[in-house]
Write a protein that binds this ligand. Structure first.
Ligand SMILES: Nc1ncnc2c1ncn2[C@@H]1O[C@H](COP(=O)(O)OP(=O)(O)OP(=O)(O)O)[C@@H](O)[C@H]1O
Ligand SMILES: [Mg+2]
Ligand SMILES: [Zn+2]
Length: 431
């Protein structure tokens, strides 16, 4: 059994931390100029590098190469402290990591306060990493307040938390606060590419964007998903099996439904619904994926050639197909479809018959011509401008009896329509 990817690839220096430059750049700058604060707060969503960065900061602060005369922002990696604090190392006596989830009580805080009065055993600082700091009780924080406010010169605190608002203000205001963020796909995809190639794993087109989407911007979650795919793959990672495993709608289903809607082909659109159900897809998931697809098409319609960069990692043929879909549907229709789909998604939450809602949605998407809202009119105008009929072709309808005949109308509104000259109507006189 190999260890998880996210453990094997845990960054050991700030240069290896991805997607957090807004945090790491100023922090490294401060370190290079020897400006070390006595307390730091790293906040942000799950799995985006807070604990990792807290450990890196501790490693740098206690690196034997990091002296007052020559401050550095990179751990040397070879001194005793650096080796002990490396991935898989035994840890150092002078860096104390406390999980506040299990040690957040007032007694733990008091004990910590006592430990902080001792000088470091070997290194420059005694560093306390308080992980999951939002779990420290209010009493616990109050017990820490004094020492965090004015710690002895050899003591440093690093708080890491997903919920900075739960760290009491008096503590927060004594820290330098660095907010971490979710990592965007255009950073994650190349990172995963690099990682797969160093793992010797082949990756089919379109797989990594799926993985990134499943990870939701959390690096740890993304790596776990990738791990699972690698474990289940027999050789290279393939798109179809990845989509199936992650429960995503195959893009061919989305292509088909979007094209059917663009062509106003009701039969084809409902055939897709049938396929969605018969292949065991969750209707709600399908609608979610359809919304995402419409979003991508809106991006393509709005950004033209720049779309490729915005939708990083789409295979070229998929992008080409989507460009056509975007052109076919037009901006107003896309925006209106996205609204309808979003509404349907909201209605589907907890609905007893999600399939019914899916069918209603498809019906609405097919029928902009009967929709008199502004967006519906916009969509019809769009179609007219592109030379398509605004409404599906209908069989010639008989004029309802109740409607006035054209002649009557003309008589009632002489200003609008010239009354035909009687000479035209009358049979020509026989000479
Ligand atoms: N910004 C990043 N760059 C590279 N790898 C990262 C990054 N963020 C997270 N990782 C990967 O995810 C793993 C977990 O990260 P880490 O423990 O730092 O997350 P965290 O922000 O503390 O999450 P949590 O809120 O769940 O404690 C790391 O071992 C690393 O492999
Ligand atoms: Mg953490
Ligand atoms: Zn070192």
């Amino acid at each position: 059994m190999t260890t998880a990817l996210y453990r094997r690839y845990r960054p050991e220096s700030f240069a290896e931390v991805i997607g957090q430059d807004h945090v790491t750049a100023p922090l490294r700058q401060a370190l290079r100029s020897g400006q070390v604060n006595h307390a730091y707060l790293f906040s942000g969503p799950r799995g985006c590098g807070k604990t990792t960065s807290a450990r890196i900061l501790a490693r740098i602060l206690n690196c034997a190469q990091n002296t007052e005369a020559s401050p550095t922002d990179t751990p040397c990696g070879v001194c005793e402290s650096c080796v002990e604090l490396a991935r898989g190392g035994p840890g150092s006596l002078d860096v104390v990591e406390i999980d506040a989830a299990s040690h957040g009580g007032v007694d733990d805080a008091r004990e910590l306060r006592e430990r902080a009065t001792f000088a470091p055993a070997r290194d420059r600082y005694k560093i306390f990493i308080l992980d999951e700091a939002h779990m420290v009780s209010n009493q616990g924080f109050n017990a820490l307040l004094k020492i965090v406010e004015e710690p002895p010169p050899h003591v440093k605190f690093i708080f890491a938390t997903t919920e900075p608002d739960k760290v009491i203000g008096t503590i927060r205001s004594r820290t330098h606060h660095y907010p971490f963020r979710l990592v965007p796909p255009d950073v994650l995809v190349p990172y995963l590419e690099h990682l797969c190639s160093s793992e010797g794993v082949g990756v089919g087109a379109g797989v990594l964007p799926l993985v990134v989407r499943a990870g939701g911007g959390s690096v740890r979650d993304t790596l776990s998903v990738l791990d699972q795919l690698i474990a289940g793959a027999d050789g290279a990672l393939e798109y179809e099996s990845a989509a199936a495993l992650l429960g995503y709608t195959q893009s061919s289903l989305l292509d088909d439904v979007v094209e059917a809607i663009a062509a106003r082909d009701g039969a084809a659109a409902f055939r897709v619904v049938e396929r969605v159900i018969s292949t065991g897809h969750e209707p709600r998931r399908f609608v979610e994926d359809l919304l995402e697809r419409l979003r991508d098409l809106i991006v393509i319609a709005a950004s033209g050639d720049a779309a490729e960069a915005a939708l990083h990692g789409l295979p070229a043929d998929q992008l080409a197909a989507m460009r056509q879909q975007a052109a076919h549907l037009g901006a107003s229709e896309l925006s209106r479809s996205a609204d309808l789909t979003n509404d349907a998604l909201t209605e589907m939450t907890g609905a007893t018959s999600p399939r019914l809602h899916l069918e209603l949605l498809v019906a609405r998407l097919l029928l902009p011509a009967v929709d008199d809202s502004r967006s519906g009119l916009g969509a019809r105008l769009d179609r007219l401008e592109r030379g398509l009929p605004a409404a599906p072709a209908r069989a010639a309808e008989p004029v309802p009896a109740a409607q006035p005949a054209p002649a009557q109308l003309a008589a009632a509104q002489p200003a609008l329509r010239p009354v035909p000259a009687p000479a035209v109507e009358a049979p020509s006189p026989v000479p």
